[in-house]
Design a protein around this ligand. Structure first.
Ligand SMILES: [Zn+2]
Ligand SMILES: [Zn+2]
Length: 267
């Protein structure tokens, strides 16, 4: 049992006891405990993907961002899954009996976004605008919301299988910064984009017919705009943004990306 999973259970238990008091003024404490439970569940989930996480994201704590990165790594990270196994009568043949290891219920990104922000609203003094317009949080609504979140969390924490991250990985060293890039290849895809966590480099990973992976840099050839030069540079998509630049290898000039407006006359 991971430390975050037990933290989530403890926070959920406290939230339930706050809700059971049936006192409206205790709802904010229930909301706070539920928020902490969501954070713990997300962090627990992230620990299963530790090697695929940029360490600065892994170490700084923001559940919504962590979940967004989880999805970037594994598109199925926020879907429920069932793990089962069986013995094939002969290689490749479907087993007659499948044994279920259990179902994993994951607190998905949609739920996190919806719940986490809603809970946050319960933790602040209503804004001046809310007070003036009279749109103050209604205790019955808050209670219903908290109960719904508690039920979702109970389901997640009751699942027997958790943090399964089975998958086919491709890993290689970034040609620019040498950082190791690990990316899982979804079963239904033969090509994916992998961005380096260490720098702006980006790659296309393609599954070949023999089941291996090929990586290719995703660059665009841009000629130096110096009229007398035109020497090509290879630029990654994430480098094309306001203020980014490259030094031309031939003329030594600095080429900077600037946002511009191009006017086309009406006729
Ligand atoms: Zn890199
Ligand atoms: Zn040049």
């Amino acid at each position: 049992m991971s430390i975050y999973r037990s933290r989530a259970r403890a926070a959920l238990a406290s939230a339930l006891s706050e809700l059971a008091s049936n006192e409206d003024q205790r709802l904010k404490y229930a909301a706070l405990e539920l928020r902490m439970a969501i954070e713990a569940v997300t962090y627990d989930r992230a620990s299963a993907y530790k090697s695929e996480f940029p360490s600065q994201e892994y170490e700084t704590w923001q559940p919504k961002k962590v979940m967004a990165i989880l999805l970037e790594i594994d598109a199925s990270a926020d879907s429920d899954s069932t793990i089962s196994f069986g013995i094939e009568p002969s290689p490749g043949e479907k087993p007659e009996v499948m044994h279920d290891l259990g179902e994993e219920v994951v607190f998905n990104l949609r739920a996190i976004k919806r719940h986490y922000d809603a809970l946050g609203n319960f933790l602040h003094v209503p804004s001046i605008k809310q007070t003036l317009s009279g749109s103050l949080p209604v205790p019955e609504k808050m209670r219903k919301r908290c109960e719904e979140i508690a039920r979702d969390l109970e389901e997640v924490l009751a699942s027997k299988v958790f943090n399964s991250t089975l998958g086919v990985f491709s890993s290689f060293d970034c040609t620019e910064c040498k950082e190791r890039i690990r990316k899982r290849m979804p079963r239904d895809k033969d090509q994916i984009i992998a961005d380096c966590f260490g720098c702006k480099a980006s790659y296309i990973i393609t599954r070949t017919s023999d089941g291996k992976f090929e990586t290719e840099t995703r660059t665009q050839e841009i000629p130096c705009p110096n009229p007398g030069c035109g020497h090509p540079a290879f630029i990654f998509p994430r480098e094309v943004s306001q203020g980014e630049y490259w030094i031309c290898e031939k003329c030594g000039g600095r080429n900077e990306f600037k946002l511009g407006i191009l006017h086309h006359p009406s006729n």
